[in-house]
Design a protein around this ligand. Sequence first.
Ligand SMILES: [Ca+2]
Ligand SMILES: [Ca+2]
Length: 202
Amino acid sequence: MYKPTIKLWAKIFIGLIVIAGIFLGYRYQKKITYTNKETTTNNQSNNNQKSNNSENLLEQWASSASASSSYGIIEEEYWSEIKLVGKPDVLEYGDCENAWTPDEENKGEEWIELKYQTPVYTTAVNIYESYNPGTVNKLELTDEKGKYYTVWEGDDTTIGLNSLNIIFEKTNFKTNTVRITLDTKKIPGWNEIDAVVLIGTP
Ligand SMILES: [Ca+2]
Ligand SMILES: [Ca+2]
């Protein structure tokens, strides 16, 4: 009859320890993955705001919007000013109902006005253009009394699905209102904007 030697028992014992070790390691790794996933979800659920703690910079997406005109009527939502609210949701360059566009393709001067939850001293506004970009020519902000200040006037050279990132000297007033003027004659076709982010410190 075959009798396992002490040496064989020792090998089996070591083998079991290794298997247990691999199993525990796998469990621990799974736990770490899950924790990271949870953190990401929490960030996402903070719907229109993202805070950069090191500089106390707040990135806010519009909470409401109005416009000189809109292709979509509010009730139907498509291409209406409502489509400027929140994070970008146009995934590829082209005509998309998730963006705002005016009621005529090439009428000329149009404007959009975005409101944000928290007033901030701001240094930058990024305008996410999604179709026939390049028509933005002025950026204004209001102070807390509602007075308008022009912080940028210039030539929008945005191409494709991209954001026009406008950086300026930090305002000496807090704002929660961004007004953007466009010249839709400049670029033929429908000129569409997906979303606008306001960056600053509360
Ligand atoms: Ca146009
Ligand atoms: Ca949008």
